[in-house]
Design a protein around this ligand. Structure first.
Ligand SMILES: O=c1ccn([C@@H]2O[C@H](COP(=O)(O)O)[C@@H](O)[C@H]2O)c(=O)[nH]1
Length: 276
């Protein structure tokens, strides 16, 4: 199924714009799992099973798995999500960016090895660097636009000119993706919840394009401001991502129940502000 079709169905069926981020940090795993050979998989599997009915998508961050030589556990986790929760799409947060021939390998890794439904990608090497991902017509390609970190402004706020004589780099990215690169209808953009004014600007420039919005929870982004700035006309359009606040709600044996409680509260806090 096309990533966008699956995402829209998950938004609707689950009545949720919450993306559950899967960033398994070995230093924060519950004590009873630490040291076990498949600890990362087991931890994430329990989180996934406890939150799947609350989430419009899952977002494993590849660095947390690769750093622990746990790519096999990432493969097993995505396979588990597809088998047990086939209606919840998986975004591999990899932020890849390289010349076309190397991007082809990254695309094989994300979509064929891991079986991800979508990937995050940097747009800064230009169109030919993202085309290999577009060669997979059913897969989502989510491009960095206005990232959630403060230092994102160093470059993303640079004035690059443009039709009106003044345009910030993230605005150019938003326009380029919405107007020129999204010919297959499979693009989205990353815009941080820590910058609601920029979310509103990106929404203004991109119509109904799906936005992946990290930065609530541990990074302190404002849920109400995010939802009001970013929802599309039909009250969807957002994948609002939270990782640490959900994953580490408890370090005890009740970690999955605690994660479910936080995920439920986050989904509800988002829904309160959605236009009806
Ligand atoms: O601009 C960005 C792009 C990606 N991320 C990723 O999202 C999560 C955020 O984790 P929290 O624990 O919810 O803060 C993490 O995987 C980042 O790599 C981002 O934060 N900002």
């Amino acid at each position: 199924m096309h990533f966008m079709t699956a995402l829209k169905a998950a938004w609707r069926q689950r009545d949720s714009l919450l993306c559950v981020g899967l960033d398994p940090d070995p230093a924060k795993l519950p004590a009873h799992l630490a040291g076990q050979p498949e600890a990362i998989f087991e931890f994430c599997r329990e989180i996934v099973d406890a939150t799947a009915d609350l989430a419009c998508c899952f977002k494993p961050q590849i660095a947390y798995f690769a750093a622990q030589r746990a790519e096999d556990q990432l493969e097993a986790l995505i396979e588990h999500i597809h088998r047990r929760h086939p209606e919840v799409p998986v975004i591999l947060d990899a932020k890849r960016g390289d010349i076309g021939s190397t991007a082809e390998q990254y695309a094989i890794e994300a979509f064929e090895r891991y079986g991800a439904d979508a990937i995050t990608v940097s747009p800064y090497m230009g169109r030919d660097s993202v085309e290999p991902y577009f060669a997979y017509p059913d897969k989502g390609v989510i491009l960095l636009c206005r990232t959630s970190n403060a230092g994102g402004s160093d470059l993303q706020f640079l004035d690059v000119g443009g039709p009106a004589g003044q345009e910030r780099l993230f605005e150019r990215v938003a326009r380029l993706v919405a107007e020129e690169w999204n010919t297959g209808g499979n693009c989205g953009l990353v815009v941080g919840a820590t910058f609601p004014d920029e979310i509103a600007r990106v929404r203004q420039l991109t119509g109904d394009l799906p936005l992946l919005v990290p930065g609530i929870g541990a990074q302190g982004g404002d849920i109400e401001a995010t939802v009001k700035a970013g929802c599309s006309a039909d009250g969807s359009g957002l994948m609002i991502s939270s990782s640490r606040a959900i994953l580490y709600a408890s370090r005890g044996e009740d970690f999955a129940e605690a994660a479910r409680r936080v995920a439920t509260a986050t989904r509800d806090a988002i829904n309160v502000h959605r236009p009806t």
